[in-house]
Design a protein around this ligand. Structure first.
Ligand SMILES: Nc1ncnc2c1ncn2[C@@H]1O[C@H](COP(=O)(O)OP(=O)(O)OP(=O)(O)O)[C@@H](O)[C@H]1O
Ligand SMILES: [Mg+2]
Length: 205
């Protein structure tokens, strides 16, 4: 059984894309493919000029670490770790900054998502919406080429969803990153540069 059928999608730097469609149509599956979290049975995935669908695990992991920031639908934080440690984790993996610089950057990102005062709290002791914002900060940790966000504002009130959306949009505009977000919120989709409705594993118009 194929979940995705003939999907062709190219995300350009500087743009924000919305993928919309009913539950089960394949939105998360597509995002997993784009983020190299899953290997396609068929077809190709390119990131930053590199063909990743046939690359070995080492290259895929390295490309994911360097180029992809993923906000999961069910955010998957390490609950026993603090917010700060969760955000520093991708930086540790990439190992480009010194530990103090990692901490400074992580604290800055947490401040941007409105959690400056809760950086040292265990993720388990944060609310659902706070955890989601930590997950957004974590996705931005390594300044990824592509930010892939699966309903990043699903648990957030209007103020914080506006904050997260504006943050993602400004990264696309100012840093030339690309943002692909799955959303069930029509107002948010309407504010994206490009809306791609999906049905049954395909894009429709
Ligand atoms: N690990 C899996 N194994 C088999 N089938 C799966 C798996 N994950 C998802 N599916 C199926 O693939 C289809 C697409 O799932 P997907 O999670 O991509 O949907 P979605 O569009 O993200 O839905 P939602 O809006 O509910 O998150 C569904 O029919 C689902 O049942
Ligand atoms: Mg989904």
């Amino acid at each position: 059984m194929h979940v995705l059928r003939g999907v062709s999608f190219a995300a350009e730097r500087g743009r924000v894309y919305a993928i919309v469609g009913p539950s089960g149509c394949g939105k998360s599956t597509l995002l997993y493919q784009l983020g190299l979290l899953d290997q396609p049975d068929d077809g190709q995935v390119w990131i930053n000029g590199g063909l990743m669908s046939v690359a070995d695990d080492g290259r895929r992991t390295a490309a994911r670490c360097r180029h992809v920031g993923f906000v999961f639908q069910f955010h998957f934080l390490l609950l026993e770790f603090t917010a700060l440690e969760n955000v520093m984790l991708p930086m540790r993996k990439l190992a480009r900054l010194t530990p103090p610089a990692m901490e400074e950057r992580a604290l800055g990102l947490l401040a941007v998502v409105g959690l400056g005062d809760k950086a040292r709290r265990a993720a388990a002791h944060l609310s659902g919406g706070e955890q989601q914002r930590v997950a957004v900060a974590r996705a931005l940790a390594n300044e990824p080429t592509a930010i892939l966000a699966d309903e990043p504002t699903g648990n957030l009130d209007a103020r914080n969803s506006g904050l997260v959306f504006d943050l993602l949009t400004s990264l696309a505009r100012q840093n030339g990153q690309t943002v692909v977000l799955v959303t069930h919120n029509p107002e948010m989709a309407a504010r994206c540069d490009d809306v791609r409705p999906m049905r049954d594993g395909q894009f429709v118009r």
